[in-house]
Write a protein that binds this ligand. Structure first.
Ligand SMILES: Nc1ncnc2c1ncn2[C@@H]1O[C@H](COP(=O)(O)OP(=O)(O)OP(=O)(O)O)[C@@H](O)[C@H]1O
Ligand SMILES: [Mg+2]
Length: 366
């Protein structure tokens, strides 16, 4: 029997739960004239919140709406990669549209963009991109650049953002969609040479509502040829707790636990949840905590003293530190997506199961 849950990072799920508003905002922006603020959007979220899946989903939507989307990772060679992907995708778009094949012809010339490479005088990235955008515009096509896992320390990332601002400012049909962990995004936004990015649309990928989780879970179970009753479904939704990666893990493991039976019963969900929790600990929680400093971890440990949300003064008391220390670490952990504000001057753990896993981690790895 099929198992349509996708517990793999970067994979577009069979049924994307929630995220309707951001998809609508960006889709509308793509249909709109240049200058719509949502044409420059940054998706911000902790590990496993679904940044890559959303980026890819939107990129597919753009491909259906008169845009060419190129998807890149934030690695050196980024700028050249964008040029090459755009010319290749542009050429194949035209091939399809005009029903011809440009077999042996150079892709760049088919696409109408050729550069003179005389020694040492290669046109710069901005003018090459301008040529490409003009060639695309002749066919009424725009260019959506998506960049996953933004790395604010990569020079090419900063160059790309600066040139993008100029091209967009010239009224070209170009859009930029980026995704990153909270601290990567805040470092990027702190860079003065790309300060215009602070005015971009910033979308924080928060937990998905139980109702949306339930709809997605049921739809994926149905399509996998299995059944689930209301009580087992509620148990799964509670275990998932709005976290996209858990949705896939709990679903995948529960389907597996039913074996050949078509009914996902409560005991299969219970077993699936147990295995999912183990996957979550090793693949998300440990990886997240490994990136933190000892002082960050001490702050989190102090939060364990409260059974629910903590306040800064409680943490200051437990740590025996002043308010400056507490507010620095509080901000760092908020930026990392490890804690979340739950009310006026109150905060709690942001990732599911972090509270219960933390003591075990501190014992084993410190
Ligand atoms: N809206 C959603 N509905 C259902 N499943 C989702 C959703 N978003 C993501 N997923 C699933 O959750 C898992 C994690 O998604 P994804 O890889 O996009 O996370 P990420 O934020 O990019 O993580 P990382 O920071 O580690 O790169 C994948 O298995 C994906 O299929
Ligand atoms: Mg990702």
């Amino acid at each position: 029997m099929k198992n349509l849950f996708t517990p793999n990072f970067g994979q577009i799920p069979y049924y994307l739960a929630g995220r309707v508003d951001v998809i609508e905002d960006i889709t509308r922006a793509l249909d709109n004239t240049p200058g719509d603020p949502n044409q420059t959007t940054i998706l911000i979220g902790a590990r496993g919140t679904g940044k890559t899946a959303l980026l890819r989903t939107i990129s597919n939507i753009a491909d259906q709406r008169g845009w060419i989307s190129v998807n890149t990772a934030c690695l050196s060679g980024l700028l050249e990669d964008i040029i090459q992907q755009t010319t290749r995708k542009g050429a194949s778009f035209l091939e399809k549209k005009e029903g011809v094949r440009f077999k042996s012809i150079n892709v760049a010339s088919v696409f109408g963009v050729e550069w003179e490479y005389t020694s040492g005088s290669q046109p710069n990235w901005r003018s090459r991109m301008t040529d490409i955008l003009e060639a695309l515009a002749e066919h009424d096509l725009g260019l959506l650049i998506t960049i996953d896992e933004i790395d604010p320390t990569l020079d090419e990332m900063i160059q790309l953002a600066s040139v993008y601002q100029l091209l967009a400012g010239d009224g070209r049909k170009i859009a930029l969609l980026m995704a990153g962990l909270p601290h990567q995004v805040s470092t990027l936004l702190g860079n003065k040479s790309v300060s215009f990015l602070r005015r971009s649309a910033q979308c924080h990928l928060e937990r998905i509502s139980d109702a949306d989780v339930e709809t997605a879970f049921r739809a994926t179970v149905d399509a996998s040829g299995k059944e689930i009753d209301g009580s087992a479904l509620r148990e799964a939704v509670t275990a998932i707790n709005g976290f996209p990666y858990m949705l896939q893990l709990v679903g995948y493991r529960s389907c597996q636990a039913t074996g050949q039976s078509s009914e996902i019963a409560n005991d299969a969900v219970a077993r699936g949840t147990l295995l999912a929790a183990q996957d979550m600990r090793t693949r998300v929680l440990k990886a997240t905590l490994d990136e933190l400093s000892n002082a960050d971890l001490a702050f989190l440990q102090a939060m364990l003293e409260q059974s629910g949300a903590s306040s800064s003064s409680q943490i200051a008391h437990v740590l025996g530190k002043g308010s400056a220390h507490v507010s620095t670490y509080r901000r760092r952990l908020l930026e990392q997506g490890v804690i979340v504000e739950t009310g006026r001057n109150r905060f709690d753990f942001a990732l599911p199961m972090l509270r219960s896993y933390l003591p075990e981690y501190l014992e084993s790895y410190l």
